[in-house]
Design a protein around this ligand. Structure first.
Ligand code: KG4
Ligand code: ZN
Length: 343
């Protein structure tokens, strides 16, 4: 079964054709980073317009690269939520249009569920497992019992971890997007030069995260955390921030692993590109760690087409009433199986 998938949830326009869940026939992406750079953040209006400019070309090109025509496609899949509303609307509108004109079924996919699926494109992973989704918009520990069946264990109470990277970078004028910039600077930082707090919530929030305090400490209070004999360089700030941002992810995941007895864990979402995070988990015997390939770590449509294949029999297909806010389509299959809905 060949699924043509679209993701326009944020600032990457992506289209892919995926056969039977993991045979990626084409996976194309048009990055908008150059257009948002001068604002050091994604400008929603620009993002929506840029999606419109490139989406039809990418659909055409993905068919050409796969030597297919629309007739050979069995279904459409599209991210309908969550994301920037103007951006989502472009992908959803195009997917609805193709589905309507070709009479092919349309599968709506939750973007976070698609990130959770991304390591499956290149790994065999046994259920149940723990999924850590870390991106510009989300910081979530989830128990995954099957494709489409998730139980959220912990989430952030304020900023997402990627958002903290981006905001620290923006406020210190280091560049955009902040994650890769800070990750690179951190490679030349001196260990223990600066020690920001590692924030670990407890009680009812034992699996939750908070990044606003770390962000503030980094931007305004570095002198307080600077250790004697060291300098306040951007490299040292970056390394110290990176350790305080990533350690809680490891510690909370380990805590839940100990509690549940589950050792299999996946990392996904843009922050899963982070070198410290990847090493921290991969070098540990606490977990069997599964990572997506780098190209499937940040936003992409292959993960959408892959998940759509696995949930297609458990959902009702979408139609022209599909919107970009309701979780109804995700709930339909999760509720049907009497499991808690994702997110
Ligand atoms: O998954 P993604 O492409 O989009 C969202 O759904 O948010 O993630 C983008 C986020 C941004 O915050 C970006 O700064 C972060 O991923 N990121 C990184 C790294 N590469 C991208 N964060 C830390 N280290 C990196 N190497
Ligand atoms: Zn994403």
């Amino acid at each position: 079964m060949k699924i043509l998938a679209i993701d326009t949830s944020c600032d990457d326009t992506s289209v892919a054709i995926v056969e039977n869940g993991n045979n990626v026939l084409s996976s194309l992406l048009s990055s908008q980073v150059e257009f948002h750079k001068e604002f050091q953040g994604v400008v929603p209006e620009i993002a929506a317009r840029k999606h419109l400019e490139s989406i039809f070309y990418l659909v055409d090109q993905s068919l050409k690269e796969s030597n297919l025509s629309l007739n050979d496609i069995d279904a459409l899949a599209v991210t309908n939520r969550p994301g920037l509303i103007g951006s989502l609307l472009v992908g959803v509108g195009v997917a609805k249009g193709i589905s309507f004109s070709t009479k092919k079924p349309l599968i709506a996919v939750d973007h976070i569920a698609a990130h959770i699926y991304s390591p499956h494109l290149t790994n065999d992973i046994e259920f149940p497992y723990i999924a850590l989704v870390v991106s510009g918009g989300h910081t979530i520990i989830t128990l995954v019992e099957a494709h489409g069946q998730y139980k959220v264990i912990g989430t952030t109470l304020d900023d997402a971890v990627g958002e903290a990277y981006d905001k620290v970078s923006k406020n210190l004028n280091l560049g955009y997007p902040g994650g890769p910039v800070i990750d690179k600077l951190a490679q030349s930082g001196e260990k223990n030069a600066i020690k920001y707090p590692i924030i670990l919530l407890s009680g009812a929030d034992e699996y939750n995260f908070s990044y606003s305090g770390l962000k503030t400490a980094c931007i305004y209070q570095t002198d307080k955390y600077l250790q004697k004999g060291f300098e306040k360089t951007f490299e040292n700030i970056s390394l110290a921030f990176q350790i305080s941002a990533i350690e809680p992810l490891y510690i909370k995941s380990k805590k839940y692993s100990d509690h549940s007895g589950i050792k299999n864990i996946t990392l996904s979402g843009g922050v899963a590109c982070n070198s410290y995070l990847r090493e921290r988990f991969s070098n540990s015997t606490d977990f069997n760690t599964y990572l997506p390939q780098m190209k499937y770590t940040t936003d992409n449509a292959a993960m959408v087409g892959g998940l759509a294949y696995h949930i297609k029999d458990d959902i009702e297909y979408a139609d022209n009433s599909l919107d970009c806010a309701s979780r109804v389509l995700v709930k339909k299959y999760t509720l049907k199986k009497k499991k808690s809905a994702l997110l």
